[in-house]
Write a protein that binds this ligand. Structure first.
Ligand code: RP5
Length: 174
C-alpha cells in the first residue's frame, strides 16, 4: 500500500471497508459508499481482486481487524470469489454484493457468493444492492454506537414518511 494512503487511512480510521474486484464494479458499489456517507460512517474503498491480486486480498483480509475495521463489504461479479475468500481470512463480518457484470444477469455472482460452506459465513444481499450491504453494515455498527443507531432510526422514519407521501399522492391522482 502506498505510504500516502496508509497515512491517510490511519488518520481517518475507517470502520467499514468496501472492496471490489475491479473498477468496473464501481458502477454498483458506489451506492454503498454514498449510503455510508449519508450515515457519516468512516469507510475506505479499495479495488482488490481475488483472482488478479490474491496476495493483496489476503493481506487486506488478515490486517483488516487490527486496522480497526468492523465490517467488510465485498462486491464482485462473475466467478465472484472475493467476499468468500476475504471471509476465510478474517473474523470480521463480511457482506457480499453480487455484481451483475456478465451475460448471466448476476446469477453467477450471486450463487458464487451465497453458497459458502458451513463455518465461513458471508451475508449476501440482492444482486447489485450495494446500498443494502451498507445498511446492513450500519445496523451492525449501530448495535454498539448510539449515534449511528439514532441516524438509523431517523432513516427508518423517513422511509415511512416517503411511503405515506407516495400513497397520498396516488390517492389524489386516482
Ligand atoms: C470480477 O470480475 C470483478 O469483480 C468484476 O465484476 C469482474 C470483471 O472484471 P473486469 O474484467 O471488468 O475488470 O473479478
Amino acid at each position: 500500500m502506498a505510504k500516502k494512503r496508509k497515512k491517510l487511512l490511519k488518520r481517518i480510521k475507517p470502520l467499514v471497508g468496501i472492496v471490489m474486484g475491479s473498477d468496473s464494479d464501481l458502477r454498483v458499489m458506489h451506492f454503498a459508499s454514498d449510503l455510508l456517507k449519508e450515515f457519516e460512517v468512516r469507510h475506505e474503498v479499495r479495488i482488490i481482486s481475488a483472482h488478479r491480486t490474491p496476495e493483496a486480498m489476503l493481506q487486506y483480509a488478515t490486517e483488516a481487524a487490527s486496522r480497526g475495521l468492523k465490517v467488510i463489504i465485498a462486491g464482485a461479479g462473475g466467478a465472484a470469489h472475493l467476499p468468500g475468500m476475504i471471509a476465510s481470512a478474517t473474523t470480521l463480518p463480511v457482506i457480499g454484493v453480487p455484481v451483475n457484470i456478465t451475460k448471466m444477469d448476476g446469477i453467477d455472482a450471486f450463487l458464487s457468493i451465497v453458497q459458502m460452506p458451513k463455518g465461513v459465513p458471508v451475508a449476501t444481499v440482492a444482486i447489485d444492492n450495494a446500498a443494502n450491504a451498507a445498511l446492513l453494515a450500519v445496523r451492525i455498527l449501530a448495535t454498539s454506537d448510539d449515534k449511528v443507531m439514532k441516524r438509523l432510526e431517523a432513516y427508518k422514519k423517513s422511509q415511512v414518511k416517503k411511503v405515506k407521501a407516495a400513497d397520498r399522492l396516488l390517492a389524489r391522482r386516482s
